[in-house]
Design a protein around this ligand. Structure first.
Ligand SMILES: [Ca+2]
Ligand SMILES: [Ca+2]
Ligand SMILES: [Ca+2]
Ligand SMILES: [Ca+2]
Length: 327
């Protein structure tokens, strides 16, 4: 607030029109001057500064704003910022919406049990443009749910957080961070649909990795692995990366010889099959197999359970890497 001395008030009152050669202070002002020097900086500062803020700092970048129980009440969450809130009443659920533009891979991380909260959180992520929804929970071997996925090109994605058994209370806090991420895996080729039967399998050579997606429940992705005639036994390794790198997909892979082409899967014996059960630390399957001369192998990857909306979606990505020890 400006403080007017009587002298300055007089000047103001007269105005410049009536004050020939309007007064302008000459600097430096003498601080000891009883009139002009009355600038009193410390006191002025105190009067013009905002009141001292005694409120506690906000608990995070984006504290939740209730009501947010309906999708059209979603709290906007910018990337790289932490949202927080709590399941404080019966039926409390939390909608959030975050931008997807320009990101290549996106990471969604929830903190609850890991920071001492009593909440057992699961979340759904929704892409309105591809009608994709998947549910992520932390029951396998992480306390809290998280997801990493290649961006689908949507301008925004919706998240819905809920307490898995409907519990609530002051100690049921949660935090969410959505961030751009770098790809957690490497690949050399992208999957090409339609590859739902062995006859339409996509060829994968040793040394290649494919990035694919179990895009809906019941999606089968077939790959043809040409085995060269090397005149000696060679060892092959077929490795999936998905669940342990943040995909919701815990997959099963099965290897067949060429009898599978045009045949029913139930009528042909597999060479090998593997999937990790829910107690396994690494739920991404791997097959080791030896070849003995030229062959054509066919590999299928699928979700071991094909029913349920969370069994396949554009969020259910994977990579398969084919390696052998041939020189
Ligand atoms: Ca809430
Ligand atoms: Ca809510
Ligand atoms: Ca697919
Ligand atoms: Ca397919």
């Amino acid at each position: 607030m400006l403080r007017f001395t009587p002298w300055l008030l007089a000047v103001s009152f007269l105005g410049c029109d009536t004050c020939a050669g309007c007064w302008e202070p000459e600097f430096p002002i003498d601080p000891d001057d009883p009139v002009i020097g009355d600038t009193d900086p410390p006191e002025d500062t105190a009067e013009t500064a905002p009141p001292f803020d005694t409120a506690p700092p906000p608990p995070c970048d984006v504290p939740e704003t209730e009501p947010n129980d309906e999708m059209d009440q979603a709290n906007a969450l910018p990337l790289e910022q932490v949202a927080c809130g709590g399941f404080t009443q019966e039926g409390d659920g939390e909608w959030l919406v975050f931008p997807g533009e320009n990101a290549e891979w996106i990471r969604v991380e929830v903190d609850a049990a890991s920071m001492g909260s009593a909440a057992d959180v699961s979340f759904s992520i929704m892409s309105l443009e591809s009608f994709a929804v998947t549910v992520i929970s932390g029951t396998m071997y992480w306390e809290d749910p998280w997801l990493v996925f290649p961006a689908l090109g949507d301008s925004e994605y919706h998240l819905y957080l809920s307490e898995r058994s409907g519990q609530y209370g002051d100690d049921h806090e949660w935090e969410v961070l959505v961030s751009e991420d770098k790809a957690p895996v490497e690949w050399t080729v992208a999957e090409v649909e339609n590859n739902d039967v062995a006859a339409n399998a996509q060829t994968l050579e040793a040394g290649e990795s494919v990035l694919g997606v179990i895009s809906e429940p019941g999606d089968y992705d077939w790959y043809h692995i040409p085995v060269p005639d090397t005149g000696e036994k060679i060892s092959w390794e077929i490795t999936v990366e998905a669940y342990t790198s943040g995909s919701p997909l815990a997959s099963r892979i099965t290897l067949y010889d060429e009898q599978i082409v045009g045949a029913d899967m139930d009528d042909v014996d597999w060479l090998d099959t593997t999937f990790a059960d829910e107690d396994a630390h690494d739920r991404d399957p791997r097959i080791e197999f030896q070849s003995d001369g030229a062959a054509n192998w066919y590999l299928v990857i699928k979700n071991p359970t094909t029913s349920g909306s969370d069994r396949g979606s554009p969020f259910h990505w994977y990579t398969i890497t084919i390696e052998n020890d041939a020189d």
